[in-house]
Design a binder for this molecule. Structure first.
Ligand code: 8GT
Ligand code: MN
Ligand code: MN
Length: 328
């Protein structure tokens, strides 16, 4: 979820990795989302290059690379390392905060609170479970499994199993895997399933128990093993296939059928792509979110536009279509 990484660049791996480490530091320790985004954006752009960067100046020609990042790139190129990162790595408090935020459910603020209380590693956490909430306890229990990426084949198997269970309850369920899987990733951090039902429309106030019924059955079948949170439209939990070793994070999102494509677009990501597309929508005087695309009329959102494919959304916005695989 929060541990997103830019795709690997063969040519600039050292630079990309340093920038991602700096982004993590800004997010977890400094809690500076602005700097975090700047590093992440630069990392993503550099990761997409198929040539080795020769100098900071070279990099500055790229969108999203400013003076400060360019200087760091020069230092990496000249010395093979970055003092700022060496210092961060040598700092016990930063290291501890970074480690604790790797527990699913523990954010930067909670991590700092724990470290300030002297809790600096997993053993300490085990001894102070009283300080953790339900979601964080699950994160701790599955700490190692949640760091193991899920091979595409296993995502497919898990999805097929979930689908089978859904079909056995009601054949009108429809579902699709979104997230990094839909973007073509060979490995995913979790399994994101978008769920619809032909009779559940936005205008219906009552989606009944559509999501709960599915989760209940999945739990009975022991496919779902833990619940992190469960609302009427959003489930976050843990799933495991009998023949596989690892427990996996599973997200299921229930959407009305008439919101399907906006939901599909949103839930597919990437996060950065979504942010950019929304910003573009704003420039074109539209509001795009996970539910709908609405024109802005005198600053107020109008009625949702009819959308019957992802392409429709791109067309309304006059935004060049990108296949899911190109949305990283
Ligand atoms: P992954 O392989 O690490 O799971 O990569 P991912 O599939 O791209 O990330 P994700 O965190 O599973 O998010 C998938 C999409 O779900 C994102 O594009 C984002 O728009 C959407 N999303 C939600 N809820 C949340 C949330 O609570 N946090 C984040 N980061 N994204 C969310 O629907
Ligand atoms: Mn995902
Ligand atoms: Mn997810």
């Amino acid at each position: 979820m929060s541990k997103r990484k830019a795709p690997k660049s063969e040519k600039n791996e050292d630079i990309v990795e340093a920038l991602i480490e700096l982004a993590e530091y800004e997010k977890n320790v400094e809690r500076n989302r602005f700097k975090e985004k700047a590093y992440r954006k630069a990392a993503t752009i550099i990761a997409g290059l198929d040539k080795r960067i020769k100098s900071g100046d070279d990099a500055k020609a790229l969108p999203g690379v400013g003076d400060k990042i360019a200087k760091k790139i020069d230092e990496i190129l000249e010395t093979g390392k970055l003092r700022k990162l060496e210092n961060i790595r040598a700092d016990d408090k930063s290291t501890a905060i970074n480690l604790l935020t790797r527990v699913s459910g523990i954010g930067p603020a909670k991590a700092k609170e724990l470290v300030d209380a002297g809790i600096i590693n997993l053993d300490d956490l085990e001894k102070h479970k009283d300080k953790l909430n339900h979601a964080q306890l699950i994160g701790l229990k599955h700490f190692h499994d949640f760091e193991v990426k899920i091979p595409r084949e296993e995502v497919k198997e898990l999805f097929e199993s979930v689908k089978k269970v859904a079909d056995s309850i009601d054949e009108e369920y429809m579902m699709e895997v979104c997230g990094s899987f839909r973007r073509g990733a060979k490995f995913s951090g979790d399994v994101d399933i978008l769920l619809c039902h032909s009779e559940f429309k936005h205008s219906d106030k009552h989606h009944g128990d559509l999501l709960h019924r599915l989760i209940k059955k999945l739990t009975e079948k022991e496919l779902v093993t833990d619940k992190i949170s469960e609302g009427d439209t959003k489930f976050m939990g843990v799933a495991k296939l009998p023949k596989h070793k690892h427990f996996r994070r599973l997200d299921v999102r229930l959407l009305p059928v008439d919101e399907y494509y906006c939901g599909l677009l949103y839930f597919t990501g990437s996060n950065i792509f979504n942010t950019e597309m929304r910003a573009h929508a704003h420039q074109k005087r539209f509001i795009l979110n996970e539910h709908s695309l609405r024109p802005l009329e005198c600053g107020k959102p109008g009625a949702p536009l009819p959308v019957s494919s992802e392409q429709d959304i791109f067309e309304y916005l006059d935004y060049p279509y990108k296949k899911p695989e190109d949305r990283d």
